[in-house]
Write a protein that binds this ligand. Structure first.
Ligand code: ZN
Ligand code: ZN
Length: 382
């Protein structure tokens, strides 16, 4: 079965704004909520479909990926994809939590739902700075992240090994307390057991009953060649541990690439300025242009002017995950000698006698010229 378009699922136009998107999702979620349609498989599917669509369209980054690439753009595919993970939404518990936190329903739906069930751990962000060379070649680096993990001693339950949690006395194990408000019956998460329905009588000594412990974890991160500042890698399930057996969150490694002393980067292309002797550009010759891997010999034609840009194909950066490579653009900067020996001066004197005088070629006066002149005058007088 092919997937329906997310906009179609949420019954909104492509240019929908956040408010309209939210209210349309809310309407559909209320309509198809499993608590309102017990045993109705079709409604359940519609409910899940809407939640999945909303999770993508409500997130600006995911929405733009979806707009450009469709479902393929937001499909989860392990580390580095940064996509939407449908498994997160496979449990009603999570769906309800999303709805609850979004609209502040809390437990208004009532029904058989229990808070404190398996919950997905939080996503973590790690900012990683790498050198320009590392970004160009790709690298593997070890990072250390402090995070919450399920306690080994109690397997995350929070109860001391050998002890059994007792049933909560306030909600009698329901996890919710119901009360009448007008003509509505409202269910609220039990404050005593925080929705688990259970009371830990003998807390685990390792985690003091929390079920989770803080731990430093060492991870190896593979940085693909060609990565740029702001791009992020997703390490699935390397975020914080879930509670009560829920899945772990994801870890997002946000990459920052240091500037290079010589190259300037634009996408996969590199730019640099290369000093060339005035005799070389006048006579033509060969210059050495430093590239990422070595140096490249480049021919400079006779009469090359300063500011001329030479293009070295395929000497730029690789495209992340792709096969193409950018180009290197080297702009010629003609060097004028600053100190001359007696002999050099003599040779240049001789040369200047035979060279034609500079010819000033007037051209049409533009607005830009005026602005430049104005700027120069302004600079001169502060
Ligand atoms: Zn424990
Ligand atoms: Zn309780």
């Amino acid at each position: 079965m092919s997937k329906r378009d997310y906009y179609e699922v949420l019954e909104v136009a492509k240019n929908v704004d956040d408010g309209e998107l939210k209210s349309s999702y809310r309407r559909l979620a209320m309509k198809y909520h499993p608590d309102r349609n017990p045993g109705d498989k079709a409604a359940e599917e519609k409910f899940k479909e809407a939640a999945e669509a909303y999770a993508v369209l409500a997130d600006a980054e995911k929405r733009s990926l979806y707009d450009r690439f469709g479902h393929a753009g937001v499909r989860s595919s392990g580390a580095g994809a940064g996509g939407f993970d449908p498994s997160v939404f496979s449990e009603f518990g999570d769906l309800n939590d999303i709805l609850g936190s979004m609209f502040g329903f809390g437990d208004l739906f009532g029904g058989g739902r229990r808070r404190g069930g398996p919950q997905r751990g939080a996503d973590l962000r790690y900012d990683l700075e790498i050198t320009f060379e590392e970004a160009a070649r790709g690298t593997e680096t070890a990072i250390q992240i402090p995070r919450q993990e399920a306690c080994d001693t109690c397997k995350g339950t929070g109860a001391a090994p050998g002890s059994t949690p007792s049933t909560c006395s306030q909600c009698r194990g329901q996890g919710q307390v119901r009360y009448q408000q007008g003509f509505l019956t409202v269910a609220r998460t039990c404050s005593l057991c925080r929705g688990t329905g259970k009371m830990i009588t003998k807390p685990c000594a390792t985690c003091r009953g929390e079920g989770r412990v803080s731990r430093e974890r060492k991870l190896t991160v593979k940085i693909p060649a060609g990565i740029d500042t702001g791009q992020q890698l997703r390490l699935a399930n390397e975020g914080e541990g879930g509670s009560a057996g829920g899945p772990a969150g994801h870890l997002y490694v946000v990459v920052h690439v240091q500037e290079h002393a010589f190259y300037r980067r634009e996408g996969i292309n590199l730019f640099c300025e290369i000093p060339v002797n005035f005799t070389t550009v006048a006579l033509g010759g060969e210059i050495q242009v430093p590239t990422l891997d070595s140096t490249e010999s480049v021919k400079v034609p006779e009469g090359t002017q300063t500011g001329t840009t030479l293009r070295l194909r395929g000497k730029g950066l690789p495209e992340v995950g792709g096969r193409t490579r950018g180009d290197l653009f080297a702009t010629v900067q003609v060097q004028t000698p600053k100190k001359l020996t007696r002999e050099q001066r003599h040779l240049l004197d001789e040369l200047s006698k035979v060279l034609p005088k500079e010819k000033f070629e007037p051209r049409a006066h533009t607005e830009q010229d005026e602005r430049n002149l104005f700027d120069r005058v302004k600079n001169m007088f502060g």
